[in-house]
Design a protein around this ligand. Sequence first.
Ligand SMILES: C=CC1=C(C)c2cc3[nH]c(cc4nc(cc5[nH]c(cc1n2)c(C)c5CCC(=O)O)C(CCC(=O)O)=C4C)c(C)c3C=C
Ligand SMILES: [Fe+2]
Ligand SMILES: [Fe+2]
Length: 361
Amino acid sequence: MGYRGVEGFKHDQQDLTGVLITNLGTPDAPTTPALRRYLKEFLWDPRVVEVPRPIWWCILNGIILNIRPRRSAAAYREVWTDQGSPLMLHTLAQRDALRERLQARFGENLMVECAMRYGNPSISSVIDRMQQAGVRRLLVLPLYPQYSGATTASTFDAVADDFRQRRWLPELRMINHYHDYAPYIEALATSIEAHWEVHGRPDRLLMSYHGVPKRYLLQGDPYFCECHKTSRLLAERLGLQEGEWMTTFQSRFGREEWLKPYTDETLKSLPGEGVKFVQVVCPGFSADCLETIEEIGQENREYFMEAGGERYEYIPALNADAAHINALEALVLENLGGWSAGAEIDGAKRAKLAQAQGATQ
Ligand SMILES: C=CC1=C(C)c2cc3[nH]c(cc4nc(cc5[nH]c(cc1n2)c(C)c5CCC(=O)O)C(CCC(=O)O)=C4C)c(C)c3C=C
Ligand SMILES: [Fe+2]
Ligand SMILES: [Fe+2]
């Protein structure tokens, strides 16, 4: 027992500022056992499934974990790459690109890492590594543009749970959301316009976001409103008129009502209304993943074409696009305000003080 210290700590260690980007997480492999492990951790999070624990324990362990892992593993196999899960691949590329930008400004005093809320690399293991390297100020950036209890707050829970075990807490800042941040809207607009240059403009642009149960909205989660604000700002920036765009919600899970309109039902009905050419963009997903590649890129395409649609295009997530990294870099810089400059002085000062007191550790 006891609180976790900093292994191998030296008093003259350089103080660092750390930037930790996080995303949801993904299974280690597209196999049934790996999916069971991943889904067990993910779906047991009370921020994700707000159902009383005893009831949910029975449903999760009795039904869902016996059925879903096999089905989900098959879906993941469809999108898996030589380098692993798309979500992991894009997150690593985002980390590398952001690291290059920020280290060009601040040098090695600024450490940039990535972690996943569920699965690996865990938030706790990465904070541990960052603290051992000398990180004393930590900025966490969950790559969820729109705030939701199920995602952003759950990431905060993971950081808080880690801190509860830790003896020496780094200073902490956490970015809450960036759904209306101008450089993020600009990055989305740039990527859509680039798509239009090659493929032309559709009859309708669908902006599809991951859903949550409607109950969460009614109980005060701002996610729905933030999604709508992103869409409105994006439509304004693109000069779209009413009827040329809409907001929908995808990735339903379970039987209760989720945020509407549903992406799949919308796509099934649009051809009947004369909308034959759609493009779908997913502004809430900062990286392509199962939910965009398989669900939007494949499954929903079939719904639309079977219903009489003629052209269906998915516009990829921002991933490690330069405009996206510009936006993330600007967001980080704003939120680092006042932190980076003092790094060198702090370390030297503490070493002197320690020497004066004859500290050995
Ligand atoms: C059970 C309820 C779920 C809620 C609430 C939920 C919210 C939510 N999720 C994302 C982002 C992602 N979800 C992803 C996969 C995924 N989501 C759920 C369930 C809920 N999500 C499940 C069961 C799964 C796993 C896939 C499956 O078995 O179908 C992913 C993709 C991960 C990947 O590895 O590719 C992302 C990203 C948000 C933003 C959100 C609420 C705002
Ligand atoms: Fe999800
Ligand atoms: Fe899905």
